[in-house]
Write a protein that binds this ligand. Structure first.
Ligand code: GLA
Length: 386
């Protein structure tokens, strides 16, 4: 149990022993395959050791009593859920409730206490951890018997329809279906997946948090989704057999690109090449080839920065300092997640990790007046009962 939850329960005279339904819902990282999920492509995310814990007990009455420990906020959610509450964290939970209701499941009154340790705005998807944890919990309580992939789809529908953000499936799927064995290679069209071994001898995966969150992220994401749909429409017109944008080969895309506006060309170019890079990363990991893996990370960063245009100055700075100024001890690095801030993910020679941290701390302080945060990647299992 996270110490904050224990403290919260004690402070509010809530008896820990009553809360017998307990679970952990992880955040996620993504090694490669960024913005390829909503185009039906490949991604390589992993569930991590940081996440959200849920504690629940039955409560009389037709309502959910919700406690957000980290925010020290409470909410009373009458059942059935009929619409948004106006508070984002409540709505992430309410949306999942609405999906269960839509499937015909009657929900009992519950008291739910949750809290976690996902650094906010870091791009490790605390929102997916929140949705996935709630879905897992309600699946237990109602006996709905949904599989983990079905729960991930349910959470994505909640994000898309209730919250109103057109996210792909990656975050929710990784949180619910992650494996302690390593990242999963997931096909976002078929939802087939398998775990990979991402450990490269002598290297470590390190997250560097820019501590920047640009509001732009939430407004630009739907724009990218639409731009990819436009790119796909052109591909489909010429190659009717191609099922989605990610399945188009770079060559197929090149033959239609000239007919598209320059911005759409750049977006499509990024997506089809990123999808190829995911497959190449799987090969590099299998071969234990850190240099090849690093080059793929750098290529993804360049694509996200120049063609997909979802990076920002601070993150570009951290990526460049790590890979070009600090030098050869970093095989590669890239911005991770939806973009416009958050973390870079770095593949670093293990022995050089402390020196890299010292170097980036100083460089970032001089350039931006603050120090980044560092988190070694610890891959863990998907959502599980405690
Ligand atoms: C966000 C979305 C995901 C995915 C990533 C970018 O995290 O929730 O579905 O699109 O951005 O790869």
């Amino acid at each position: 149990m996270l110490p904050t939850i224990a403290q919260y329960l004690a402070d509010h005279q809530l008896p820990l022993t009553d809360f017998t339904l307990r679970l952990f819902s992880p955040g996620r990282i993504n090694l490669i395959g960024e913005h390829t999920d909503y185009t039906g492509g490949w991604v390589m995310p992993a569930a991590i050791d940081k996440g959200i814990e849920f504690y629940a007990r039955p409560r009389p009455g037709q309502a959910l009593y919700l406690h957000a420990v980290d925010l020290d906020e409470r909410a009373h959610l009458p059942l059935p859920v009929t619409g948004k509450s106006g508070k984002l964290w409540v709505d992430y939970l309410a949306g999942v409730v609405a999906e269960f209701q839509g499937l015909g499941h009657a929900l009992p009154g519950l008291e739910i206490v949750f809290g976690g340790n996902v650094p906010p705005g870091s791009g490790m998807s605390s929102s997916a951890a929140l949705e996935g944890g709630m879905a897992f919990l309600l699946n237990e309580v109602t006996g709905a018997g949904l599989s983990r992939p079905e729960l991930a789809l349910l959470c994505q529908r909640s994000s898309n329809n209730f919250i109103g953000v057109p996210t792909g499936i990656m975050d929710q799927f990784a949180s619910l279906n992650g494996s302690a064995a390593g990242p999963i290679l997931l096909n976002c069209a078929s939802l087939e997946f398998s775990a990979l071994n991402a450990s490269l001898p002598g290297y470590e995966w390190l997250l560097v948090n820019s501590l920047v969150t640009h509001e732009l992220g939430s407004s630009e994401y739907p724009v990218r989704v639409r731009e990819c749909a436009a790119a796909f429409a052109a591909v489909k017109a010429k190659f009717p057999g191609v099922a989605n944008l990610s399945s188009a080969t770079p060559h197929q895309f090149a033959t239609v690109a000239a007919t598209l506006p320059p911005t759409i060309q750049r977006r499509g170019h990024y997506v089809v090449n990123e999808n190829e890079r995911v497959k190449k990363m799987a090969t590099a990991l299998q071969a234990g080839d850190a240099a090849a893996a690093g080059q793929l990370l750098n290529a993804t960063h360049a694509g996200l920065r120049d063609n997909y245009e979802v990076s920002c100055a601070e993150v570009d700075f951290l990526q460049e300092q790590a890979t070009q100024v600090f030098g050869g001890e970093v095989a590669g690095a890239r911005i991770m997640g939806g973009g416009f801030g958050g973390c870079t993910i770095n593949l670093v020679r293990s022995a050089a990790v402390p020196a890299l941290q010292t170097f980036l701390r100083q460089a970032y302080r001089e350039a931006y007046g603050k120090e980044p945060e560092f988190y070694p990647v610890k891959i863990g299992p998907g959502t599980h009962l405690r």
